[in-house]
Design a protein around this ligand. Structure first.
Ligand SMILES: C[C@](O)(CO)[C@H](O)COP(=O)(O)OP(=O)(O)OC[C@H]1O[C@@H](n2ccc(N)nc2=O)[C@H](O)[C@@H]1O
Ligand SMILES: Nc1ncnc2c1ncn2[C@@H]1O[C@H](COP(=O)(O)OP(=O)(O)OP(=O)(O)O)[C@@H](O)[C@H]1O
Length: 290
């Protein structure tokens, strides 16, 4: 008779993939000033990594290639997320380690992805339920979609999530001119007016058809970001000039821009064609649905 095997412990690490807004329509404005959005968010195969060791107190160490930009941060979103789950001092803590690969304040939701990874990791470790959607959204409008970390249609101010169309095989290129852009400043610089929600099919069978449909959509923050950060234009043009590029657009409030390619290999090759002074990455979507 074989002895029953003890269940293996849940992994004490979480991947925090970059969020990319394939389009972003500003559809209205709430009375509190927050904007109503319609967006198709996907996740890239590049991201931050959050790991945990048991600990009596709550602590966070930040390391990795993009850690320096967070050195002056008084309250990392990872710690805000931990305290939302359980106020400090109300039980054991955790020693968290964040390996930062995503540029800070760059429109690919790095802080929100880290907060969401902390919620997933700590809710398992502390055996606590995830907080409700309203509380999670207060951490950041991108936190609800980052909690799922799979392609989704975003509505409301970011708290309403619907299934995305089934996505075809495709490659994604990300590039950032290494100039941080503040999300509130970009929303403030936006010209008045709203765009209706997009009409999308249930699935795209191939990347070309997806790019064609996405070309009929916009990122309504792109012009505002360009007015604050002219190099965004250069990044968009450089991405569009790469062989095989099907679509080039800015993500979120910028300054990171993305390119869609037929394959991950084409996107990877395109990343090598961009200036080395930029932050750049090419590859596959995170958990892409075939
Ligand atoms: C633009 C997006 O990246 C699209 O995915 C997100 O909506 C921004 O998400 P985020 O960075 O998590 O945003 P938050 O930290 O919640 O908000 C930063 C600021 O952006 C503005 N903001 C954000 C989200 C939203 N739907 N309307 C807004 O007007 C507000 O001025 C807010 O104070
Ligand atoms: N772990 C974190 N990673 C990144 N930024 C953080 C973190 N914790 C706090 N912040 C703060 O959050 C701000 C927004 O950073 P983030 O990288 O999430 O912006 P973003 O990529 O523009 O996000 P979005 O696409 O959601 O607008 C930064 O200016 C930084 O001061």
């Amino acid at each position: 008779m074989t002895a029953a095997r003890a269940p293996s412990p849940a992994p004490a690490a979480e991947f925090a993939p970059a969020k990319v807004n394939l389009f972003l329509h500003v559809t209205g404005r709430r009375e509190d000033g927050y904007h109503l959005l319609d967006s198709l968010a996907v996740f890239a195969g590049v991201g931050d990594e959050l790991s945990l060791q048991p600990g009596a107190a709550l602590s966070l160490a930040v390391e990795g290639p993009e850690a320096a930009a967070l050195a002056v941060e008084p309250d990392n979103l990872v710690l805000c997320a931990a305290r939302l789950l359980r106020p400090e001092g109300e039980g054991p803590g955790a020693a968290l380690r964040l390996r930062k690969h995503l540029p800070v304040a760059s429109g690919i939701g790095g802080g929100s992805a880290d907060a969401a990874a902390a919620l997933r990791l700590l809710s398992r470790h502390w055996e606590l339920p995830l907080p409700g959607n309203a509380a999670v959204t207060r951490l950041g409008a991108d936190v609800p979609v980052c909690l799922r970390s799979e392609a989704a249609r975003m509505g409301g101010v970011g708290e309403v999530l619907h299934d995305a169309p089934a996505l075809p095989e495709c490659g994604l290129l990300l590039a950032n001119p290494r100039i941080p852009l503040s999300t509130p400043a970009v929303f403030r610089a936006r010209a008045p007016g709203f765009t209706p929600p997009a009409t999308l099919p249930e699935r795209w069978h191939e990347a070309g058809a997806m790019a064609e449909a996405l070309r009929r959509c916009t990122n309504d923050l792109e012009a505002a970001a360009l007015s604050l950060c002219a190099p965004v234009g250069e990044v968009l043009r450089a991405i569009a000039a790469q062989p095989g590029c099907l679509l080039s657009r800015m993500s979120g409030s910028g300054a990171t821009c993305f390119g869609l390619f037929p394959t991950a290999a084409a996107a990877e090759a395109a990343a090598r064609g961009l200036p080395a002074a930029w932050w750049r990455w090419g590859g596959a979507l995170h958990r892409a649905v075939a």
